[in-house]
Design a protein around this ligand. Sequence first.
Ligand SMILES: [Zn+2]
Length: 147
Amino acid sequence: MSEEEVEARREARRRKRHKQDNIIDLEPKANENIPRVQIPSKGIRKKFSPDVRKLLYIHAGGRCELCGREMALEDVTIDHIKPLAMGGTNDVSNLACTCFGCNHLKGSAVPESFFQRVNDIFMFQMEKKYKKNVWWKLVRVILGKIS
Ligand SMILES: [Zn+2]
């Protein structure tokens, strides 16, 4: 078995364990030697160095790039904008700094599908709750005009 195959199997086991534990972001262990250079992936989830995490955090202005919530650097999870499962890479241009809740909710959806789903949920819930409210009726008209 080649070294690549061994690493791929190890990664598959690690991903399975994390899935069972419901952990999305793989935190680097302190004693591991993490490469500083981003290597294009072949769909394998990699660990991101503290430098990459900090860079993404600063770029995002310390906020989740999906919901806008302010968060601490240690609470950041790294989201693949285009999911690895859909051919996305581990390149920093494909990474976003997100809160755990959003990353978990987004799962392996592309941003467009995710935002459409959030929008559908919002509209459905508002409609259910405020169907007879005149302000909501007005908001619905305005939203209809801009979309
Ligand atoms: Zn968020």
